[in-house]
Design a protein around this ligand. Structure first.
Ligand SMILES: Cc1ncc(COP(=O)(O)O)c(C=O)c1O
Length: 444
């Protein structure tokens, strides 16, 4: 009998499911494998309240030792399975904080769902709601971890233009009419990151947030409000989420996370419309049964007692890192760039035409990383254009997302300076090659 060669792609001894072929590897995951000196790729937190976490963990362990000494079976709790929706203690602390700090109304602990990072909340929401062909509105560019969820599930992304204040909400009514005309369907979901958007770093004004909410009733869509960077805001202005308006808890799925303070804890939390809650928990149960009880115990204390004081020096440091990056980009790169008021990212668009997905490999060889802009545009979606038409989506390949979260200001300054030199040499040499003056290989 003939033996099949499992290495040949044509002769795989199994068949992948449909989504594998239409979903590319997440570029940020790929770049996380590298640790160059000048790391501007994934938004790895670089300022973490480690001493506070040590103190909390020490206290928890002391208490646990006491329980063991007293032969109290509760000492096993943190090592066991817990409720899929999260521990009662953490949900209770978070619901109070969501009311007092974020202004959410009419919610209780039962409205809060704990997930493994907010990425799991995004995926479970999409998984629960999307049927192939459903339309999702978002900005152009948008968070690639969300685009991937939608693409995997066969949803149709339609992007709206954005400016330095984020999504241009005036386009929403016309974009919806254009979707109905073109696809015979209206959008089901609108996804937005109102505070310090990923990748552009933009923050929506109150009037744009209000418009998104009001149109949700007029045009009957659900809002996914991704608040991943709400704790990393440089000014002390009070947070004002869209969810604040959702008094009947029926239009806004509000998502947040603790991962920008401690990524490895992998704890996200959300408040979703009442009628969606059980189905979302059901989906989470299928993925992983529950989140870690140990980590939830740590975060319960963090949110209860420490977070606000802990955030003061953290935000101060990120602000300095952000300033260093913005200044260095201004001096060393030729193009337009965002000036974030929080979060982890500067978005850069070069004045020249080039493909940053090719350039990133050269940067890596020179000890620098960033995330190329292309994956932040849908790979097979649509763009609603300012002239009112819907066209197949087009990525802006001369863009880069530069993260300032991990490195100190001095290293950010030097790294961006090096990136600037490298890019101008690359562009120079590419022009020479394009003009046909000989194929000089790019050397670094
Ligand atoms: C906008 C946005 N949403 C969600 C996530 C997922 O975060 P988490 O680590 O909590 O899963 C990220 C991560 O970078 C993000 O930038």
């Amino acid at each position: 009998m003939e033996t099949k060669n499992p290495k040949s792609a044509d002769k795989l001894p199994f068949q992948f499911s449909d989504w594998v072929g239409r979903t590319e590897e997440n570029e940020i995951r790929r770049l996380l494998r590298y640790s160059p000196k000048y790391y501007f790729a994934g938004g790895k937190p670089g300022v973490i309240p480690v001493k506070i976490f040590h103190e909390i963990i020490r206290n928890l362990m002391d208490e646990e030792t006491q329980l063991i000494t007293n032969q109290n079976p509760a000492h096993l709790n943190n090592y066991n399975y817990g409720p899929t929706e999260g521990s009662n203690e953490l949900r209770s602390v978070l619901s109070k904080r969501l009311i007092t700090r974020d202004g959410l109304q009419n919610i209780t602990k039962s409205d809060v769902i704990i997930t493994n990072g907010s990425q799991q909340a995004l995926y479970s929401l999409c998984d629960t709601l999307l049927t192939p062909g459903d339309i999702i509105l978002t900005t152009r560019p948008s968070y690639l971890g969300f685009l991937q969820c939608v693409e995997k599930l066969g949803g149709k992304i339609v992007t709206l233009p954005s400016d330095k204040h984020g999504m241009i909400t005036d386009f929403i009514p016309d974009a919806i009419s254009a979707c109905i005309k073109r696809f015979r369907q209206k959008p089901k979901i609108l996804y937005t990151i109102p505070y310090s958007d990923n990748p552009q770093g933009t923050t929506l004004s109150d009037s744009r947030k209000k418009a998104i909410f009001d149109y949700a009733y007029e045009f009957d869509y659900l809002i996914f409000e991704d608040m991943a960077y709400k704790e990393i805001q440089f000014s002390n202005k009070k947070i004002s989420p869209i969810k604040k308006n959702d008094l009947y808890n029926e239009k806004v799925a509000y998502l947040s996370t603790s991962t920008k303070e401690a990524a490895s804890f992998r704890i996200g939390y959300s408040v979703v419309p009442t009628k969606l809650r059980n189905e979302m928990i059901k989906a989470k149960g299928i993925y992983d049964l529950c989140s870690s009880e140990w980590v939830q115990a740590i975060l319960t204390r963090y949110y209860d007692k420490y977070i606000d004081d802990a955030l003061i020096p953290i935000k101060r440091e990120y602000k300095q890192r952000c300033n260093a990056m913005v200044k260095s980009v201004k001096e060393n790169l030729q193009g337009t760039y965002s000036k974030p008021t929080g979060g982890f990212f500067v978005w850069f668009k070069s004045n020249d035409t080039f493909d940053s997905t090719e350039f990133v490999d050269i940067a890596l060889k020179n000890n620098i990383s960033f995330v190329p802009g292309k994956p932040f545009f849908p790979s097979a979606g649509y763009d609603y254009q300012e002239d009112g038409r819907i066209k197949s989506s087009k990525s802006e390949n001369n863009t880069m997302r530069l993260s300032y979260s991990l490195l100190k200001p001095k290293d950010i300054w030097v790294g961006i300076e090096k990136l600037g030199h490298l890019l101008s040499t690359y562009l120079q040499e590419s022009k020479i090659i394009r003009r046909g003056y000989g194929g000089i290989p790019f050397s670094v």
